[in-house]
Write a protein that binds this ligand. Structure first.
Ligand SMILES: Nc1ncnc2c1ncn2[C@@H]1O[C@H](COP(=O)(O)OP(=O)(O)O)[C@@H](O)[C@H]1O
Ligand SMILES: [Mg+2]
Length: 500
């Protein structure tokens, strides 16, 4: 009964080599976009020690092409053949520190996601080698034989090859044509807009490499140098940087650093929009995970918190080494990852504390604005756990006017104000405030209205015993008036002059 030998399967072997044509076509759909594909090729250049990467795109040619030329180590022919192999490296092998690679698939799958013809030209020790995967050729032959090109000087992009370095050339850009196969102008327009999106992404993903007086990497697009886009706005004087926290794990150290971005009023509109990215600040808040200084996750709380207006300025930089890939489930594209449980636990505490504090600051500031002004135009009323905003009928502006009305009209006037209050379009406001809060503003006040408001306020305050000296300070406490102080001050001076 215990004779396990009988339980062992009896095996035979047959050849089940994958069909080259279908397997290689399948490598087109790992979910790369142009930007993640370009980033993956640039990763290889950085790992090869490149100091400059030139991205050249000819979008108007009869047959458009894209090339990435680096001045890294280059490869020998044998290395090139290995590099072109699908799965050239085992993901469980240890990587050198600073190696940005992952599965030994990036070069191929990133390229095939965009093109049907991948040519790699490389030069090391004065020897030039060139190899090509053309998916149409693979489809015809259905085998894994790689084309080596012995006269590389005829290859598009050959003139970009450095003394030592590598050029990756994408041709047959079927995925980038936007469906405009015959309309060349439309096709170029589509490609250019894709490239400009990619440009934003690359400036973000590699910002740590592009920064500083002597940047680690110079990256250009069609000859134009790309500037870094730092999502933490580190160099901005008003950015709040908390001290770094170190999480020591068996596989290496994880560094955590909380940043609070400056309020949008303290930045130029361009700066604000740039770090907000294409989807805006609400979506851009959250964790920024860097693997070997290269950004792999840009924003979002990975389930640790909600993205709210109150935490909109919170961003946490998390630095991980490449020794934790398996734990983080870094995908082929290096565009997604999951928090390992031990990091998750710790990070959850950091996020709760950080986001929680930022909410409190916001709230107390909100409360103050209302309390500070002795006569708010709107009252914030808390009732039954709900918060209601109500026009303040006691406000001198309303009071003064109401007093001038004949008795029978006063009731109607007050009703109108109450209706304005209950008609506050809360849902529309919510919708607008989410993601677009800084664009929502109060209506402008005309000069005449402002004067009326200031006068009735001032009269009321003076009548209630306030000295004229204290008047200016009190008025300044009014957020509403402070925001237009340049217009308020002359009116107030006029009032004071008249009062003397
Ligand atoms: N620009 C380059 N310069 C030098 N070597 C490169 C370059 N691009 C790719 N390689 C070589 O090809 C190999 C395979 O690249 P890739 O398919 O992206 O896988 P991975 O980056 O995960 O190793 C790399 O490990 C590297 O040895
Ligand atoms: Mg790679």
């Amino acid at each position: 009964m215990n004779d396990t030998a009988n339980l062992r399967p009896k095996t035979r072997e047959v050849d089940a080599t994958p069909y080259a044509a279908s397997l290689i076509e399948g490598h087109r759909d790992f979910g790369y976009s142009l930007e993640t594909a370009l980033a993956d090729i640039i990763d290889n250049a950085i790992t090869a020690g490149a100091r400059t990467v030139e991205l050249i795109a000819d979008t108007v040619a009869n047959e458009p092409w894209i090339a990435l030329a680096d001045d890294g180590s280059g490869m020998t022919e044998a290395e090139l053949v290995e590099a072109m192999r699908l799965g050239s490296k085992n993901p469980t092998d240890e990587r050198e520190a600073e190696d940005l690679g992952r599965f030994g698939l990036g070069l191929k799958s990133a390229s095939f996601s965009q093109c049907r013809s991948l040519t790699v030209l490389t030069r090391q020790d004065g020897r030039t080698s060139c190899a090509r995967w053309d998916l149409d050729r693979v489809a015809k032959r259905n085998d894994w034989s790689l084309e080596l090109i012995d006269n590389p000087e005829v290859v598009t992009g050959h003139d970009l090859l450095a003394e030592t370095g590598t050029v990756v050339i994408w041709e047959k850009l079927d995925r980038l044509s936007g469906g405009y196969t015959h309309d060349r102008a439309k096709r170029a327009e589509h490609m250019n807009s894709e490239l400009s999106r990619a440009e934003h992404h690359l400036r973000l993903v590699f910002h740590r490499f592009l920064e500083g007086a002597k940047p680690r990497l110079k990256l250009s697009l069609n000859g134009r140098q790309l500037k870094p886009n730092d999502p933490m706005a580190t160099s901005h004087a008003a950015t709040q940087k908390d001290p770094e926290e170190v999480l020591r794990l068996r596989q290496g150290d994880v560094l955590i650093r909380c940043h609070t971005l400056p309020h949008h009023k303290r930045m130029s509109r361009e700066e604000w929009e740039e770090i907000g990215g294409p989807e805006g600040h609400l979506k851009a808040q959250g964790l920024y995970v860097y693997r070997e200084k290269r950004l792999i996750i840009a924003g979002g709380w990975l389930g640790l918190a909600r993205q709210t207006e109150l935490s909109k300025l919170c961003r946490i930089a998390v630095d991980i080494p490449n020794t934790m890939d398996a734990e983080w489930k870094i995908d082929v594209k290096k565009a997604s990852a999951q928090l390992p449980p031990v990091v998750r636990e710790r990070l959850k505490k950091v996020v709760e504390r950080f986001v929680g504090t930022s909410k409190r600051t916001y709230r107390s500031r909100g409360q103050k604005l209302v309390d500070e002004a002795r006569f708010p135009i709107w009252n914030r009323v808390q009732k039954d756990g709900q918060i209601v905003f109500r026009p303040n009928l006691e406000h001198p502006v309303f009071q003064t006017y109401a007093e001038q009305l004949p008795e029978e009209l006063r009731e109607g006037f007050e009703r109108c104000l109450r209706i304005v209050g209950s008609g506050l379009p809360i849902e529309t406001l919510h919708a607008e405030l989410v993601g677009n809060a800084e664009a929502v503003t109060a209506d402008e006040t005309s000069a005449a209205d402002l004067e009326e408001l200031i006068y009735s306020l001032a009269v009321n305050l003076v009548e209630n015993g306030m000295s004229t000296d204290a008047l200016i300070d009190t008025m300044k406490n009014y957020a509403f008036l402070r925001s237009k102080w340049d217009s308020v001050e002359p009116i107030l001076q006029k009032f004071l002059a008249e009062a003397e």
